[in-house]
Design a protein around this ligand. Structure first.
Ligand code: SF4
Length: 367
């Protein structure tokens, strides 16, 4: 990277600034704040971080480490001093345990504790042990000296798949056990690395944790439902639903509500922030949202089960939209305009709408 490299990991200044702009936008801050965020990221004294793993698949760490351009993981690892991370550290056994002990002692009251994975509580917590200590013991000991705790992933936030009924190990999330520390939940299976990065940057920039919702999630990332910004939303509004994987309605990109999409009840920014640096997320590639940021949905409701929502299809008074019937088709934006036109007509008391063609795939009214 030569002269361009600004951080130890070799991230170029251009990529660094791009990432700061993206993180600033995710935090809901004005564009002009990105310089302050970048300044804080560069000047921060690399706060010590202890990262514990319990009942989980390490997918959250993987998701973070596999992020591409710009390399979010390198930025994060540069901004913090990662003193202990069981799957990344070189040391093992007693050496690793000593490093955990030393870091907790040297940084008592100052380190950030990151937790990945659920914590089993049944039978005195014997179902997850590291270094001879139960997850409950490791967590409570590490939490005692932490300045704040960040849970990464749905398992650490709410218990995750381990806590699915009948929850044989009595798995819970960190907030169920630790009551006397500030805790930020970053749920998701896995969560978007940018949400973790933005939380760390917010802390470094403002020296405090971001505003949280009732489930302990940063409002800047989990304040809106996926459904509000989904690219398939015009299809939902027009009553066009995919009815089977791989059929014409699915290939046309229709709304996935009838395949079990949990987007209308899921608070997260996936439809805006997206994943893998190539602008994809599950719904964009044809899979319904599984509600992985919601404690009452993921692993509690079957993927194919339809959400009970008030009005899954629009009223008959909406103007029709004949997508894909002739010529090049109608874009989602055009569909939105048609809906808007219908709304205006409705406001004027005119009943311009006609019913959608009967029997056409994906156009039937919801039961
Ligand atoms: Fe998108 Fe799912 Fe909402 Fe349909 S139900 S608009 S696919 S989030």
């Amino acid at each position: 990277m030569g002269k361009e490299a600004v951080l130890r990991g070799g991230v170029s200044r251009r990529d660094f600034m791009k990432t700061c702009v993206a993180a600033t936008a995710i935090m809901g801050l004005p564009y002009s704040m990105h310089t302050k965020v970048a300044e804080a990221a560069q000047k921060a004294g690399r706060p010590p971080v202890i990262w514990l793993h319990f009942q989980e698949c390490t997918g959250c760490s993987e998701s973070l480490l596999r992020s591409g351009h710009p390399d979010v993981s390198e930025l994060i690892l540069d901004m913090i001093s990662l003193d202990y991370h069981e799957t990344l550290m070189v040391g093992s056994g007693h050496q690793a345990e000593q490093s955990l002990h030393d870091s907790m002692k040297a940084n008592h009251g100052k380190y950030i504790l990151v937790v990945e994975g659920g914590i089993p509580t049944k039978d005195n917590g014997i179902y997850c042990k590291v270094g001879g200590k139960t997850a409950v013991d490791s967590l409570t000991t590490a939490a005692e000296g932490a300045a704040a705790i960040i849970t990464i992933g749905t398992c650490a936030s709410y218990g995750g798949i381990q806590s699915a009924p009948p929850n044989p190990t009595g798995a819970v999330g960190v907030r169920d056990l630790i009551k006397n520390k500030p805790i930020v939940n970053i749920p998701g299976c896995p969560p978007n690395p940018y949400n973790f990065l933005s939380t760390v940057l917010y802390y470094l920039t403002f020296n405090k944790l971001p505003e949280l919702d009732a489930l302990g999630r940063p409002k800047f990332a989990y304040g809106r439902k996926i459904h509000e910004h989904c690219e398939r939303r015009p299809h939902f509004d027009a009553g066009r639903f995919a009815t089977a994987y791989g059929d014409k309605t699915h290939a046309e990109g229709y709304c996935l509500y009838k395949l079990g999409c949990k987007g209308p009840a899921t608070f997260a920014n996936c439809s805006v922030t997206r994943f893998n640096d190539v602008g994809v997320w599950p719904v964009s590639v044809g899979h319904p949202c599984i509600g992985c940021t919601e404690p009452d949905i993921l692993f509690k409701k079957p993927i194919a089960e339809k959400l009970q929502i008030h009005l899954p299809t629009p009223p008959d008074t909406y103007a029709p939209a004949e997508l894909g019937q002739k010529g090049p088709g109608v874009s989602p934006a055009a569909t939105g305009l048609v809906g808007l036109a219908g709304g205006v007509a409705l406001g004027a008391g005119a009943m311009l709408a006609k019913k959608l063609p009967s029997g056409e795939e994906g156009h039937e009214k919801h039961d």
